[in-house]
Design a protein around this ligand. Structure first.
Ligand SMILES: Cc1ncc(COP(=O)(O)O)c(C=O)c1O
Length: 336
């Protein structure tokens, strides 16, 4: 079973199973110059088709249970992986789940609105409310929360992406898992790379590194939602808040937060040609499917940075495959 390295401070509700594997991308690496890429399979977990959000949900659900909650209420876009995994985690924990979904992506196909994550949520039987385009999510969340309380339920509200400091603990723990795995493999990773949406994954990893109090791999992310400056600010804020939860109170500087938005394209959820190329390349060399919104754009970013020699020769790069493949089926009409 996966360890909770933070257990002296925070309990986690088990959703993931074993530590996720780390494997060299041997076929792809033969095509790359001067670096070796390893994949950490955070898309392969026990329930809900896996993904980074389950790591956050382990701490969030434990918190919900300790507060006596019986209903998980959260939000995201129509094809939110966090929403799908919240529904799966609620099923595992025997809780009720409600999703308030917004429409931030300018795609209106039948597949986008009905396939992928939405289909899986229907199968799990959770209540989904899709709010009008441009509406303020918080207003609908607050209203639904009040209704649930009036019905005698005890809702636990989680933010978009589950990326509050409690949720971010999931990736602080993941950092410590990576350190133990790299010791077992006798391998020093030079970099850890992740996609960056609501910034909890990057922030959690960096907070974990601070908590570990030892120099480690450089953590870099590829922004897929906001631009570089905004993403950096959010990541730093969340890193500090998460590190504080872990009792780390020294200064953390923005120069320690490495974010690149050059592969975001026109915006969140809008496919790019480099994303489709990266997705095909990994599928055709390793039989592994990236997703079009997060891991595909981040992997394209990594390949671009390797091409531009932004990693020193001999780097051992760990790319965390954060999941999201279910969302691929929503993009059938847009495959490029
Ligand atoms: C598959 C996948 N990868 C990466 C991310 C980004 O993680 P974060 O929101 O913690 O930045 C998300 C967020 O929804 C996701 O679903």
């Amino acid at each position: 079973m996966k360890k909770n390295y933070l257990e002296h401070k925070y309990q986690a509700y088990p959703l993931i199973g074993n530590p996720t594997g780390i494997h060299a991308l041997s076929n792809l690496n033969r095509q790359l110059k001067d670096v070796q890429v390893y994949l950490k399979r955070d898309d392969v977990m026990d329930i809900g088709l896996g993904g980074n959000k389950l790591r956050k949900l382990e701490y969030l659900i434990q918190d919900a249970i300790s507060q006596g909650a019986d209903t998980l209420l959260t939000t995201g876009g129509v094809q939110s992986n966090h929403a799908r995994l919240t529904a799966a985690a609620a099923a595992r924990a025997g809780m009720h789940c409600e999703l308030v979904l917004s429409q931030p992506v300018p795609i209106d196909t039948l597949n986008y609105n009905n396939n992928g994550n939405i289909l899986l949520e229907q199968i799990m039987g959770v209540t989904v409310q899709i709010i009008p385009k441009g509406a303020t999510v918080q207003t609908f969340l607050d209203a639904r929360c009040a209704e649930l309380i009036a019905q005698g339920r005890k809702p636990y509200v989680m933010p978009m992406g589950g990326s509050n400091p409690v949720g971010c603990l999931g990736y602080a723990n993941c950092y410590l898992e990576i350190m133990e795995q790299s010791q077992q493999m006798n391998m020093e990773f030079s970099h850890i790379l992740v996609p960056n949406g609501s910034s909890g994954t990057h922030a959690g990893l960096l907070a974990g590194q601070k908590f570990a109090a030892q120099a480690g791999p450089e953590i870099r992310s590829y922004a897929v939602l906001a631009d570089e400056a905004q993403t950096k600010r959010t990541t730093l804020e969340k890193t500090i808040a998460t590190a504080n939860l872990l009792g780390y109170t020294e200064m953390i500087h923005d120069t320690e937060v490495f974010v690149n938005d050059a592969y975001r394209g026109e915006g969140y959820g809008i496919p790019t040609s480099s994303m489709w190329s990266a997705l095909r390349l990994l599928a055709q060399t390793e039989g592994i499917f990236l997703d079009p919104v997060y891991s595909g754009k981040a992997f394209a970013g990594m390949l671009g940075d390797i091409e531009q020699q932004k990693f020193p020769k001999g780097s051992n790069i760990l790319f965390i495959m954060t999941g999201g493949t279910a969302g691929l089926f929503a993009y059938q009409d847009l495959v490029g």
